[in-house]
Ligand binder design. Structure first.
Ligand code: AMP
Length: 497
């Protein structure tokens, strides 16, 4: 995930109406179909990033092959000839969502470099909070950065490390970075997977049938990527753990000591695919429980519960079941709409949401509608949806949100706009209701969210999750921000390189 240049929420061609998603990573070891399985895994993780996709494969003897391109996985890897050009029993893949306006090919992961020890490919999901500071120091030492992605910092730290094995060099690099990362790396001798010491971003281990005496393995951001390739879920990579998968099988290293985990709570609310299980907890069930909790906390007399598709669907089902109200698809989503940048003028751009969603008048007209969505970021989506539902004849519109108010930006790999653009950072709930045009608005409480996750409430001393976007409790130091490190030293404009 990039963070070294401007943010799409801050203007420019990518500043569309919707926030974007993160990155997805997949690694396969020990299968003759490594590249094809990696492509399938990336396909299942498409929701985590749609800007670009890349795969690097490794053949015995340290011969690497790469294919990367802008756009969706299917656009880049749908052709059998492309997969045939990625031979080898190991492969690494990445779906990229750029938090920078720049979608240059040089930023598309996996990043690959030739080192003293041979080739190494790296794919990263997350965001480093000291990337600018490290980059500055590395450039001073003579490191020549080729991209503007923060993930390239890993490559240079590994290159200059004085340790001899690749694993030791990786550990050395990880000890210097701060931030959130789920990292998968591939070299001639092994597939490596690592999560940051607080385990903010997800990474799971799966096992494929066959693959020789010590097995074939898959590392992936979410279990839905294991399901699509028929891999059996083994376990999550633990916070602060490095797994090394090689011809001898899988071994685990914990060079950072054990710290209380702070997994990203927003993965449960929005990011992860509903059929994934993260950190032992199924996402779909959690979303339904959040909806039920929301109904208990802020029920309102109404006739029908309507989800804002797709993200509001499971929470709306939970809300409806708990409240006893009928659940209806009062908003239909068009799944075939491309990015809003295809809409040329401001006036047309403004219609963006209507291209994606339309009201199903038959179930809305004359009804008191409870609309359920997962979050309000800038309020753009909610305002348009509320207006659309009213225009379709709803007599009342009550907005219910399955997350607490998003009051703070994320610096750990979730794309949020700067704080000044967050509706909840500037307005209380009543003002927000007025701004989005709803008759009432309610968010799930922080404690309610934790209850839905099976805890008694939020324990401030040990929350167990990263909830900085709702609380401002940033568990990992925001080094670059505090040091006011400039976003980029790079003057090179990408021009599609
Ligand atoms: P907004 O229109 O700015 O209030 O954005 C809220 C909508 O964006 C909700 O419908 C969410 O489902 C969705 N959303 C929230 N956070 C993200 C994110 N980081 N990436 C993509 N979509 C998001």
């Amino acid at each position: 995930m990039d963070a070294l240049t401007t943010h799409p929420w801050d203007g420019g061609p990518d500043d569309d109406d919707k926030p974007h998603e993160e990155c997805g990573v997949v690694g396969v070891w020990g299968s003759a179909d490594a590249a094809a399985l990696t492509a399938l895994g990336l396909h299942a993780l498409q929701h985590r990033g749609q800007e670009a996709a890349g795969i690097v494969s490794a053949e015995a003897g340290g011969i690497f092959h790469a294919h990367k391109g802008r756009g969706l996985v299917g656009d880049n890897f749908g052709d059998a000839a492309v997969i045939a050009g990625l031979p080898g029993r190991a492969a690494l893949g990445h779906n990229r969502y750029a938090t920078t306006g720049e979608t240059a090919l040089r930023n598309v992961q996996p990043l690959y470099a030739d080192f003293e020890f041979g080739g190494l490919a790296v794919a990263h999901n997350g965001n480093l909070t000291n990337a600018h500071t490290l980059k500055r120091a590395l450039v001073r030492r003579g490191c020549l950065f080729q991209s503007t992605t923060d993930s390239e910092v890993f490559v240079h730290l590994i290159a200059i490390s004085l340790y001899s094995t690749v694993t030791d060099r990786l550990i050395d690099a990880l000890k210097q970075v701060q931030g959130a990362y789920s990292l998968v790396a591939l070299h001639d001798g092994a597939l490596l997977g690592a999560r940051d010491p607080l385990g903010v971003r997800p990474l799971v281990i799966g096992r494929l049938a066959g693959g020789g005496p010590n097995g074939a393995y898959v590392l992936a951001s979410e279990t839905c990527a294991l399901d699509i390739v028929g891999a059996e879920f083994v376990r999550d990579v633990e916070p602060g753990e490095i797994v090394v998968i090689d011809e001898a099988g899988l071994r685990s290293l914990k060079p950072f000591g054990v710290k209380p985990s702070r997994f990203c709570i927003f993965e449960y609310i929005y990011f992860a695919r509903p059929d994934s299980t993260v950190e032992g907890t199924p996402v779909y069930d959690t979303r339904k429980r959040i909806g039920a909790e929301l109904s208990r906390e802020s029920n309102v007399p109404a006739d029908v519960v309507v989800p804002v598709p797709d993200s509001g669907v499971p929470a709306a089902m939970g809300y409806a079941a708990e409240s006893g109200l009928p659940y209806e698809l009062g908003i239909i989503r068009n799944h075939y709409v491309g990015r809003t940048f295809i809409e040329p003028t401001d006036q047309i751009r403004h219609l963006g949401v209507k291209l994606k969603h339309s009201a199903n008048r038959a179930v809305i007209e004359g009804k008191r509608v409870v609309l359920v969505d997962d979050s309000i970021v800038r309020g753009t989506t909610s305002r348009k949806i509320v207006e659309m539902v009213r225009a379709a004849g709803a007599s009342e519109v009550h907005m219910r949100i399955s997350s607490p108010p998003t009051t703070h930006s994320c610096f750990y790999g979730i794309d949020t706009p700067e704080r000044s653009k967050l509706l909840a950072a500037k307005h209380d709930v009543e003002e927000m209701a007025r701004i989005i045009g709803a008759d009432s608005l309610a968010f799930i409480s922080l404690d309610g969210l934790y209850r839905a996750l099976g805890r008694p409430g939020r324990d401030a001393a040990n929350p167990g999750y990263c909830d900085a976007c709702f609380t401002g409790d940033y568990a990992i130091p925001l080094v670059d921000l505090q040091q006011n490190a400039a976003p980029s030293l790079s003057l090179l404009q990408a021009n599609g390189q």
